[in-house]
Design a protein around this ligand. Structure first.
Ligand code: FES
Length: 161
């Protein structure tokens, strides 16, 4: 190699293979350590949150008085009102858990496998083995209507208002 060129301030000595492999190993170890550190720091944060309480406030009780039907699609239920009081009906199909829709005649239809329920939630066609569940309703001390999505009640039970 030309001696003048090697003495130039802009001259860079070529990286030798041994040095290159050493640097590559060092960078790989550093990146691996950093990724492992990120994973370790993320461990305390759950990726799946536990289901919220089964009891959910639906709103002030007055809001439901005299209202024939109020839908809560996010909770997959309806609150109905009849001459005896209020009741909540689950919109979860008793076959495999799809969300049923309301039909014009007041009955319910499951789009997954075609189960049909009458206006009272009774299974009348399709593979659904049971009627739609009626859910427990009660009033909280602050006057809110509350549904307990895990407690079924008899279909004749009404919350008198
Ligand atoms: S899930 Fe409703 S009929 Fe199958």
């Amino acid at each position: 190699m030309n001696a003048d060129l090697q003495e130039s301030p802009r001259f860079q000595k070529p990286v030798e293979r041994r040095d290159f492999l050493g640097l590559a190993a060092l960078w790989s170890a550093g990146v691996s350590f950093f990724v492992a550190l990120l994973g370790t720091l993320r461990l305390p944060m759950p990726s799946v949150f536990p289901e919220s309480s089964s009891q959910v406030k639906l709103g002030p009780l007055e809001k439901f008085k005299g209202v024939k039907m109020t839908a809560f699609p996010e909770l997959r239920l309806w609150v109905f009102s009849d001459e005896k009081g209020l009741f909540a009906l689950s919109a979860v199909c008793t076959h495999l858990g799809c969300v049923v829709g309301m039909e014009e005649d007041g009955g319910f239809y499951c789009p997954c496998h075609g189960s049909r329920f009458d206006a009272a939630g009774k299974n009348i066609a399709g593979p659904a083995p049971r009627p739609l569940p009626y859910l427990k309703l009660f009033v909280s001390p602050d006057g809110q209507l509350v549904v307990d999505r895990k407690k079924e009640v008899n279909r004749k039970v009404r919350l008198t208002v």
